[in-house]
Design a protein. Structure first.
Length: 388
């Protein structure tokens, strides 16, 4: 049983590291690469754009899956589940940093903020979305407990509800009837100031909820003796099923609406159709599970990830916050320049070097317990040896 747990953690951490890698390189390249190159049609840029389109869904599905998996696995035989308290703290942290990273600096420097900047600060971004998703996952678990059927039915049911409701909610303007703080949560309908949320509840919460279902399913599957022998095949089959479901959805959209709503523009008024079809959700999740099947296959032969990779995958939130602070808080203080591809690639490598350093500091601080002990043990060792 213990060996199965190690293999299981390797399999999930491998996927989480891939999501982390894609997130860091995607943000760094997008922020630094020359716009003319970024908007070009070279095969490399097209391939990068294709992968970047799957980064957020990958990140969200894995966030929900890992959290739910640990929530179920760490339930004690008696007493409260310590993972629930950790989860609530994580939810608060995600919301705090989600809005902090969007805080309008001009409010401090000029004591004034424009309507556009205020609505940009109130936008519902990826950290708030993950925080809300984890809150929903936790509340369902607190209500149901470790009951396989109920957990999976509720997580899957909510996923399908959000998925199929999204095309109908996406075109609705909620800004006239709700405060901007809440209306920006719901969809990406632009305000009068021209701002919208990059990751609103509809449709993006569906990925977190599917992650909850996926994590619960993996947790119960891991108890089977043949878990490691066929989990990769199961993931591949499920990925094929979801991909086929997406293609069926494409056919239905053409049959029902006379146009393919998976991608492109509405033929009648030119409004974007991205996100207004369940097919896009199923297609993206199928890709996540396809990559997961490859990771599961590799996990048959890999006993554990390299130490730094495992540590980075455990500290995804802080690495996410750290690299965004560098890109959008610190860098603009010195330059707004854009660079060629070779220079941008060097910056990506430098960013990963900084993230590795940040991970080492986080791990040492956690081992020390407090920042005071961290600085004491880190910087006073040479003097202690001399005294001895």
């Amino acid at each position: 049983m213990e060996e199965r747990k190690k293999q299981r953690i390797v399999f999930l951490d491998m996927m989480r590291f891939i999501a982390l890698f894609q997130m860091i390189q995607g943000h760094t390249i997008y922020a630094l690469l020359d716009k003319d190159i970024l908007k070009g049609d070279s095969p490399a840029i097209q391939f990068w754009t294709f992968l970047r389109g799957y980064t957020a869904p990958f990140f969200m599905v894995i966030a929900g899956a890992v959290f739910t998996f640990l929530l179920i696995q760490e339930k004690p035989l008696s007493g409260p589940n310590p993972r629930i308290k950790k989860g609530m703290l994580r939810v608060f942290t995600l919301f705090f940093w989600g809005y902090m990273l969007r805080f309008p600096i001009q409010l401090i420097t000029r004591l004034h903020v424009s309507q556009k900047a205020l609505e940009n600060a109130l936008a519902f971004d990826v950290l708030q979305l993950i925080g809300l998703g984890l809150l929903v996952v936790t509340l369902i678990f607190m209500f149901v407990g470790v009951k396989k059927t109920w957990l999976m039915v509720l997580y899957a049911g909510l996923f399908l509800l959000v998925a199929f409701a999204s095309p109908h909610i996406a075109p609705i303007n909620f800004h006239d009837d709700l405060p901007k703080f809440f209306s920006l949560w719901i969809n990406d309908f632009p305000t009068l100031a021209g701002k919208s949320s990059p990751f609103p509840i509809f449709p993006w919460l569906a990925y977190i909820l599917f992650g909850g279902f996926f994590g619960a399913w993996l947790s119960f599957q891991s108890k089977k003796d043949d878990f490691q022998r066929n989990i990769d095949v199961k993931l591949f089959v499920i990925a094929l099923f979801l991909y086929g479901l997406a293609r069926f959805g494409d056919w239905f959209d053409v049959y029902q609406y006379g146009e393919l709503r998976y991608w492109g523009l509405n033929a009648s008024d030119g409004t974007p159709l991205l996100g207004q079809s369940e097919s896009l959700l199923f297609d993206r999740i199928a890709f996540v599970l396809f990559v997961g099947s490859i990771c599961a296959f590799i996990a048959r032969f890999v006993k554990k990830l390299p130490r730094i990779m495992a540590q980075m995958s455990r500290n995804t939130l802080w690495l996410y916050v750290g690299h965004l602070i560098l890109l959008y808080w610190i860098r603009p203080l010195f330059t707004h320049a854009k660079y060629s591809f070779p220079v941008t690639l060097i910056c990506v490598l430098l960013m990963f070097g900084i993230m590795i350093l940040q991970t080492i500091v986080i791990e040492k601080k956690q081992k020390a317990g407090t920042w005071k002990l961290f600085f004491t043990t880190t910087f006073n060792k040479p003097s202690q040896k001399i005294q001895s």
